[in-house]
Design a protein around this ligand. Structure first.
Ligand SMILES: O=C(CO)[C@H](O)[C@H](O)COP(=O)(O)O
Length: 280
């Protein structure tokens, strides 16, 4: 279900939270103390990071005291983790338990004082909030540019509500359509063999398979789970996503892939003109 975009600054509900998000500029002088003097910056002035923060703040409105919350990974999810910590500090939220989806998020949340747990202790989560690399019209996702796709899929697959936060650049007609990769986490053993099997699966879609390396090096990127990532690039629409998912997962050597099919319950899209909330 698609809702109308909520134009800025109304989507945040209150001027305080709008200012928190950096969307409204507070009065500069005591003489201009009237709330009506608050003015949003022009839409053109919003950076991509502003949009990520706006989507993240909107998603945190779904968090209630006492919830067990999956904490996503990446530059957008980072804002949500910051916001949850801020609301805990202010006493506007309490009793939150976070389940991080990566060591990176674990470290961030720990430093911010968010109580943490894991799936062993909390096998069912109330909510998870995370970013995505691509969102298609059916709210299927590509995730894993940050390399955390396995833990993200485990945590987000265990939650009752999965809220995805993106800026509008992440919306695509079909998965793989932005030219970004669909990542696949594989075991390091004979990775070239597995990468080639993956490429062969999607020969008809003009697939190329590239081992992910640490930027500026030839060294393989290693996930939190000690695995490698092969990035699949497609020249054409992959077609049947469920069939593609099954075929990838059938290959020995594959641990998980970054297509999150039928998992998102809500996608919050921040664009230059407002925030849109897309529901399944
Ligand atoms: O899946 C992810 C990490 O594995 C991220 O959520 C995804 O890559 C989006 O990242 P960003 O918010 O930095 O654009």
């Amino acid at each position: 279900m698609r809702t109308m975009a909520i134009p800025y600054p109304h989507f945040l509900g209150s001027e305080n939270s709008a200012m928190d998000a950096g969307l409204l500029v507070p009065p500069q002088s005591p003489s201009s103390s009237s709330s009506s003097s608050l003015a949003p910056p022009p839409a053109a002035a919003l950076t991509q990071d502003d949009l990520k923060r706006i989507a993240a703040y909107k998603a945190v409105e779904y968090v209630r005291s006492g919830m067990v919350v999956g904490l996503g990974t990446g530059s957008t999810a980072r804002h949500a983790v910051d916001r949850i910590a801020e609301l805990l500090r202010r006493g506007e939220l309490s009793g939150i338990v976070g389940v991080p989806t990566s060591t990176q998020t674990h470290e961030q949340a720990l430093a911010l004082g968010i109580p943490l747990s894991d799936l062993d202790s909390h096998p069912s989560l109330d909510l998870a909030i995370d970013g995505a690399d691509e969102v298609d019209p059916h709210l299927n996702l590509v995730k894993g540019r940050g390399g955390s796709l396995l833990r993200e899929k485990m945590v987000e697959g265990a939650c009752k509500k999965f809220v995805v936060i993106v800026d509008e650049s992440k919306l695509v007609k079909y998965l793989g359509g932005s030219g970004l990769a669909v990542p696949v986490e594989i075991v390091p053993f004979c990775w070239k063999f597995t990468a080639d099997r993956l490429r062969q699966l999607f020969e008809d879609a003009g697939c190329t398979a590239k081992l992910r390396t640490f930027p500026g090096t030839e060294n393989p990127f290693v996930t939190d789970n000690g695995n490698y990532i092969v990035d699949l690039y497609f020249q054409k629409d992959i077609g049947d996503l469920k069939a593609a998912s099954d075929a990838i997962l059938r290959l020995a050597g594959v641990v998980e892939h970054g297509m999150f099919l039928d998992m998102a319950t809500t996608v919050i899209v921040a664009g230059k003109l407002g925030v849109e909330v897309l529901n399944k």
